[in-house]
Design a protein around this ligand. Structure first.
Ligand code: CMX
Length: 133
């Protein structure tokens, strides 16, 4: 696989609105997109930092995996997403090297990206996402 850069860092929050003053007012970043990803049961807010983005993730209901994460571990870094030119190839290669997949195939994510996750128990405790534009 070829990883080109960190596409985004996902941060789990209870409320996007509550955290906007920090990202915009303190760090001086601009929230350029707020989007709900129904499939993932999250509302997302994006900020660009060079080539990389910060993605705030707010659960849209209590059955969301992000709601479960916050309940168990509190707000904070939820995942790291790597940009690659072929998600399906990257997933297959990781699996062939013994990594448990969450997604066998890429699926639609926020911002029109195709995404696929690796299980955090096989990646040193970091939920890892591949993204393809
Ligand atoms: N980072 C690191 N570890 C995590 C984790 C995370 N984000 N989420 C869960 N875990 C750990 C748990 O702490 C737990 O560890 P222990 O067994 O030591 O307690 C273990 O993984 C199993 O977790 P769980 O609470 O039982 O939760 P689930 O098995 O129901 O789900 C996971 C975990 C990662 C499979 C699930 O969250 C998932 O499928 N994630 C991928 C999809 C996703 O995260 N979507 C939201 C973002 C979408 C977007 O970016 O648009």
């Amino acid at each position: 696989m070829e990883i080109t850069h960190i596409e985004h860092i996902g941060i789990a929050v209870k409320s996007i609105e509550e955290h906007l003053p920090y990202y915009e007012g303190v760090l001086g970043l601009k929230c350029y997109n707020i989007e709900t990803v129904e499939d993932q049961k999250v509302k997302t807010a994006f900020f660009k930092v060079g080539q990389t983005k910060i993605e705030l993730l707010e659960p849209t209901d209590e059955t969301s995996t992000v709601a479960k994460f916050i309940e168990k571990r509190g707000e904070g870094i939820h995942h790291i997403a790597y940009a690659t030119n072929n998600v399906n190839e990257a997933l297959a290669e990781a699996e062939a090297k013994g990594i448990k997949l969450i997604d066998n195939q890429g699926r639609p994510g926020a911002e029109g990206l195709t995404i696929g996750f690796l299980h955090p128990k096989f990646t040193g405790g970091v939920l890892t996402e591949f993204c393809e534009r």
